[in-house]
Design a protein around this ligand. Sequence first.
Ligand SMILES: [Zn+2]
Ligand SMILES: [Zn+2]
Length: 353
Amino acid sequence: MRKFPIFLLIDVSESMAGDALVQLESGMRQITADLMQDPYALETAWLSVIAFAGRARTLVPLTELTEFVPPHLPVGGGTGLGGALVHLMDEIDRSVTPSSPEQKGDWKPLVFLMTDGVPTDNAESALRRWKEKYAHRVALVAVSIGGGGDQAILSRLTNDIIPFDDTVDGAFKKFITWITNSVKSSTRSVTAGGGITLTKIGDDVSGRGSGGMPFEALDDRYAVFVGRCTDTKAPYVVKYERHMNRIGAQDPHLAELFKTREYLLKAAVPVQQDYFELSDGSKTDHSVSSTQLIGQPDCPHCHAQFGMAVCGCGGIHCVSGDGEATCPWCGKTATYGVSDGSDGGFDIGRGRG
Ligand SMILES: [Zn+2]
Ligand SMILES: [Zn+2]
């Protein structure tokens, strides 16, 4: 039986933590359920899920549709696109049977690459390998979430770059439907000897309806921080969203001012210990002052009131109020005073996303 291999290569970096990953998780369940109703897909479609942040990991190796169980998506630090491509190419080599004079191999694989960030690794050699050995026999669709992702690099991978505006109402639902329909139509087309056929994604969702994506420099859309619970030592990601052009959009000067200054608390999400396995471990070079951050989250693990206490070692952790606390990163005990921000703030090492 010739397989039609479908790979979901999903960016699970910190900026995707929270809503985006939750929606993608339930989206995968929806896609699987829908494809099971389709006789063509049921017969030929095989699915694989690869997650990447600073490092890449296969969550589900290429699996027959009926056996496929949608995985939980982890979170990691960094956007190692080069490493992710290498991982994908190795996975294709391992699980896709190439055609040869003796045998008909699998159908042309289809890859959905979903990313919202600028690569934090060097993708050059991976891009060369892709171009030489894979570009002609693998169809890759790059989905740039929120208009993010490095367009220059993505355009060297594929002509199919789909900007996806995740801020539109019901955006993820439409996006998931689009993937399902594209897989269905591609299954029919590919098994009839044709190529991949993508269905139309709505103009509103692709950011084309409102005259372009709302975020022009997505790299700075979020400020993300990694904390550890003082009580349990478990990690969490705190995500602030930049105060974009929504205020003073009519006045370019004012808009610029807001754009560069303030970040509003968006979410604090618990992450698993595997956060560190998926991270590249390199230190960030961005930093943001606490005076630019509006709102402070509870600890998502122990619910202590302040989730953004910063130790002298630079580690972020939770405290329940004024007094002594032991930093879960370095083990030092210090006295913490809860600041109202009027003291000029402090610099916080910023995660990358
Ligand atoms: Zn805590
Ligand atoms: Zn410390």
